[in-house]
Design a protein around this ligand. Structure first.
Ligand code: IFM
Length: 721
């Protein structure tokens, strides 16, 4: 794997302009409050430079609402003897970018050759995990000859936007040694302020304009004497729930860095995974966990994680089922408070889900496919732009992906089982579960002479087949929601929880619905049909279907998509069902379905590989699981997967794939499950893995797990702090 040089350092050597978007994701730093793309200091919006804010959305006119990017306090350009040295314009002699994901520090070293010698620019920067309002950078220039170095550095408020501009007004200035840029969003008037302080022993000249607050520092240097400029910056908004911990004017780079590194060490003390026998897998998995920590909205209210984390405005910064299905497990296992906060987002945004249900004539709560602040649906009816006509295409993600509500209920149940903390049920979780059950009830259809409830006209996890009937996954999930609601009603009654719901009548409804829910069963070949009529579709291979594309960016699904009338699917659907309800199926059934569906799956979504990988482990084939696990863990380390659907850009980080890799490691390879309130392990390690070691929380206790080819140890250990 290119770039693997150290247990915790991702390195990319050389400069290639084509990698700018991908490296922006790969080298991202973040602290849950914001994410800073791994771009270079001299980059601007053209290079997709962004500080992406968690949970602050804005809408301009009738364009898509999206999260706001804050002004960039790292903007810096270098002149040596009056000549600009900057990427991508000035070709470097050498260039290296690094991310130390243990200490969450991003570094670059760029060497330029000038007429007189070489100039080296080294930078280190980070997004403070200790005080989430802070960012800091050390910028060091060294020439091997006497010269004049000038650095213009400060805040760039001319930010990259997909559907902006989001700042209806910007104010820039300089006061008492502090530069600032304040933007006010157009739709809701949220104020976003970036302040920064330059720490350098040479006084600078300050300039401000409509977008920027910059300072130029010029110094004559002698050969090989480093010129050091430190920046400490603070990002705040008018809707913050906690203030910065200290006055910006009192902070130094080294002090802020020391606290940041210490905080990350605490995170790794519980999160780090060791895989004796496979350094590459260990590296990829820990790198994935790094990203999950960069995006966890710790300490924020009413915020969850978008499908592309904090890497930009792609997918409208919206929260999908990805969070509950793929990411939540990692937080339940390592930081239950963060897991609870993610679920609280669904409690806090039930209003949006109720409105969506009403809009479609349904009862209860129908959670958004693309949920933004307030839980409002960010997805439009025309969510893909056709590559040929350049017109928006009618898609059914918004109206027909009913499985999203069930994923949220599934998330609540994972939390309850993993933590034993039922307080969330009394804090609004009961409403979420009951109202999702009411929503599913209003989808049920019964044919005149049938005893069974069906669900028609849906889009399942495999989005390429729209408006299908009896998607096995959706129907089983609906039944799961009814069953869960029943058990939560029993819990509420037992505990005497105060509620306005008529628990008896909802319980009767759920019981009747669950008992009569039609869940497609296996046929004589042991196969479960993905939806009514799926087996009758053309059985073309993925490669054959791919060869029918007239344009590589063409959307495979939708009415005229190349996959729509074939059995080729985008991502795990029946396989997801089997992974989630494994206790209901024999290994033989799981194997037959894996073998049938895997060759027909395009894996066109980063959510797919981990589900197939997990089921492979359950079948007892960790070696088949391994490449799919690595695909998931490498989603952002290796060249990006699909970056376009039609003419819509979908690049960014892939937290669901990263969370999926954790799930495969825990439930698949280590074979962890809980029986009678106790963790058990039945490891199925891939070839070459001698020992897999990690920690996880279960029901308030911390455990050290050591899994080997021939068995496992699970030991309760003391929790720090
Ligand atoms: O939620 C997913 C969906 O299942 C497949 N397309 C991408 C979305 C965001 O990751």
């Amino acid at each position: 794997m290119g770039g693997f040089v150290n247990r915790h350092i991702v390195t990319a050597n050389g400069f290639d302009e084509k990698n700018i978007p991908w490296f922006g994701n790969k080298f991202l730093t973040g602290n849950g409050y914001f994410g800073v793309r791994g771009t270079m200091e001299e980059y601007r919006k053209e290079q997709m430079c962004a500080i992406n804010m968690a949970g602050i959305y804005d809408r301009v006119g009738d364009k898509w609402r999206e999260p706001v990017n804050a002004p960039n306090p790292f903007y810096s350009v270098l002149y040596v003897d009056g000549v600009l040295l900057a990427l991508p314009e000035t070709a470097p002699k050498s260039h290296r970018q690094e991310l130390d994901f243990y200490s969450a520090l991003q570094m670059r070293e760029t060497v330029w050759e000038t007429e007189k010698g070489t100039v080296t620019l080294s930078c280190q920067r980070f997004s403070s995990m200790a005080d989430q309002h802070l960012l800091a950078m050390r910028y060091v220039v060294t020439a091997d000859y006497d010269c004049e170095i000038a650095v213009t550095t400060g805040i760039d408020g001319d930010v990259w936007d997909i559907n902006g501009p989001h700042f209806a007004s910007l104010k820039t200035g300089y006061e008492d040694g502090i530069r600032y840029v304040t933007g006010i969003t157009g739709e809701r008037g949220v104020t976003v302020t970036v302040k920064s302080r330059l720490l350098c022993d040479t006084p600078g000249t300050v300039t401000t304009d409509q977008y920027t607050a910059l300072e130029t520092v010029t110094r004559q240097v002698t050969a090989n004497t480093p010129f050091i400029l430190d920046t400490v910056a603070e990002l705040t908004t008018s809707v913050d729930v906690f203030p910065p911990k200290a006055e910006l004017s009192t902070l130094t780079y080294d002090a802020v860095k020391a606290e940041h590194v210490a905080k990350w060490k605490n995170i790794w003390d519980i999160s780090e995974v060791s895989i004796d026998g496979d350094e590459e897998a260990e590296f990829s998995l820990n790198y994935s966990l790094y990203h999950l920590n960069c995006v966890a909205p710790r300490n924020l209210d009413g915020v969850s994680i978008g499908a592309r984390g904090l890497s930009g405005q792609v997918y409208k910064g919206a929260v999908f089922w990805d969070t509950e299905m793929f990411m939540l497990d990692y937080y339940i296992d390592t930081d239950p408070k963060a897991a609870k906060d993610l679920l609280k987002y669904r409690i806090d945004t039930i209003g949006g889900a109720r409105e969506k249900a009403k809009e479609y004539g349904l009862n209860g709560a129908y959670y958004a496919w693309e949920s933004q602040d307030g839980g409002y649906e960010g997805c439009s009816d025309y969510n893909v732009v056709d590559v040929f006509t350049k017109r928006p295409m009618r898609t059914y993600f918004r109206d027909k992906q009913y499985h999203v509500s069930a994923a949220i209920v599934y998330g609540f149940m994972k939390y309850l089982k993993g933590t034993g903390d039922y307080s969330i049920i009394d804090e609004g979780g009961l409403s979420v579960i009951l109202e999702c059950a009411q929503m599913y009830r209003s989808l049920l259809l019964k044919k005149a002479d049938s005893d069974w409830y069906e669900i028609h006209d849906v889009v399942g996890p495999d989005e390429y087949h729209e408006r299908v009937n009896n998607n096995a996954y959706t129907n089983r999930m609906a039944k799961f929601v009814f069953e869960t609601a029943l058990s939560m009603i029993a819990y509420a009654k037992e505990k005497g929880l105060k509620t306005d719901y008529d628990l008896d009548s909802i319980a009767a409804m759920c019981k009747e619905s669950a008992e009569h829910m039609y869940v497609p069963q296996m046929n004589e070949n042991g196969l479960i049909e993905q939806f009514d009529g799926y087996f009758g579709l053309e059985d073309a291979s993925v490669e054959e279907v791919r060869s029918r594309l007239l344009d590589p960016k063409e959307y495979w699904g939708g009415a005229y998509g190349v996959a729509a009338d074939t059995q080729v699917l985008k991502q795990a659907d029946v396989v997801a069902l089997l992974s989630m309800f494994r206790e209901e199926y024999s290994v033989d059934v799981m194997r037959k379905n894996w073998e049938y569906y895997e060759p027909r799956t395009e894996h066109g979504s980063s959510l797919s590989a981990c589900m197939y990988s997990l089921l492979s482990c359950y079948i007892g084939n960790p070696d088949d699981a391994y490449p799919l696990f690595m695909k998931s863990a490498n989603a952002d380390l290796l060249p990006a997967g699909k970056e376009w659907i039609g003419l819509i850009y979908i690049g960014g980080t892939h937290p669901a794939a990263q969370g999926g890799a954790w799930i495969v490691m825990v439930k698949g390879f280590a074979g962890i499950s809980a029986k009678d309130g106790k963790l058990t392990a039945e490891p199925k390690l891939p070839k070459g893995w001698k020992e897999l070691r990690f920690k996880m929380m279960y029901q308030g206790k911390l455990y050290q797990i050591i899994a080997r080819q021939d068995g496992a140890e699970i030991k309760e250990i003391e929790q720090q702090g």
